[in-house]
Every structure is written in C-alpha cells, then in structure tokens.
Design a protein around this ligand. Structure first.
Ligand SMILES: [Zn+2]
Length: 189
C-alpha cells in the first residue's frame, strides 16, 4: 500500500495497532487502519438430469481449463445472489440454488470458496465473455486433468461421491499450499 485511501498521504507504516495482535497498514497522517481480509468466491454446481455444467475459461489465470461458474462476491451482494450472477455471466445459465455445498478456505491466497448446488432451469445456456465453451458433463466426461482449480476438483470429487450416497452434507475444508515433492519423486519426473 503506497497511499492512504482516506487522506491520500504516503506516510503508511506497517505496525500492530493498540489492542490488536497483527501488523496492519496504518496511516501516520490520519490514523486510519487499513485492514485487509480474505475475499469470498461464490459459485454454482449446476445440475441437469445427472450431468453438471462446466465452463472452459476464456481468461487468465488458467485460460482454456475447465471450471464451475464462480467469481468474487461484490460488496452489497448476498452469497446466493453472487453465485447466481456469476452463473449467468459465465454460462448464461439460469439456475435455482438448492443448498450450500462446499466451503473451502485458501489461507495462502486469502480466499474462501463457497459453492452451491443448483438446478439448471432450462438448457438455454452458452459461453459468456469469460468462457470459451460451456457444456453438460456426465461423471465419466469430467476433464479431471484439465480442471482449472483444486477447489473445483475437490468440489466435483465430493459431489460424485456424495451423489452415490444420495446425501449432500455441507463440506467444509481447507486447501493449504502443496508440500514440495520428495526428491525421489522429483527425480522420477
Ligand atoms: Zn490517511
């Protein structure tokens, strides 16, 4: 942070404010404490007669890889409204949300993913400006090797396992940074 968004001063210092226990960017001019907190990513897992709707990304990061429709929650927006908006923007798809399904913390990149299961209302969908292609996939057609994010892989894996049980409990988990590969695996390529 270079300038205070409150007063425009460049006198920003990183220090632990009184009564706090973490370092924050504090403006030495006006005293404003600039808290930084995780961003929330909301999305849908749209279902239609046993198939799920995937989007091929037309933007970086992970251009050309497959994902569920999801994106950053906006200020003033509920998580359900955000998930519906992202699904409409990226897949031009209208859905009826059923239940919150996965909540995944990504502490290394300061994000929290929240994915709803949702029922596709009709088959009138297609790629939005952030997608190259949108399609319905059977479980056997999921491009597991070409999924864009580990959050999406985890959500889909949980989904197909839970579907066999006929029960979809809310799955709360975390994804930490991958540990480095042990030397023998690295050598093996
Ligand atoms: Zn200031």
């Amino acid at each position: 942070m270079k300038f205070c968004s409150q007063c425009g001063s460049s006198r920003i210092v990183l220090r632990v404010p009184d009564g706090d226990n973490l370092p924050r960017f504090v403006c030495a001019e006006c005293g404003t404490i600039h808290y930084q907190n995780p961003k929330i990513v909301v999305g849908c897992l749209p279902e239609w007669e046993g198939r799920v709707l995937l989007c091929k990304r037309a933007i970086e990061p992970r251009y050309g890889l497959w994902t569920l429709p999801a994106g950053f929650l906006e200020n003033g927006e509920t998580i359900v409204a955000g998930a519906l908006r992202e699904t409409l923007e990226e897949a031009h798809a209208r859905v009826e949300p059923t239940d919150l399904y996965t909540v995944i913390s990504l502490p290394q990149i300061n994000q929290v993913y929240m994915v709803f299961r949702a029922r596709l209302i009709d088959l009138d969908f297609g790629p939005g400006s952030e997608s190259l292609e949108v399609k319905l996939c059977e479980e056997a057609e999921i491009p597991w090797e070409s999924l864009a994010f580990r959050t999406i892989t985890r959500t889909l894996r949980n989904y197909f396992l839970d579907r066999k049980q006929g029960d979809f409990p809310v799955r709360v988990s975390a994804l930490e940074r991958r540990p480095p590969l042990p030397p023998d695996l690295l050598a093996a390529g």
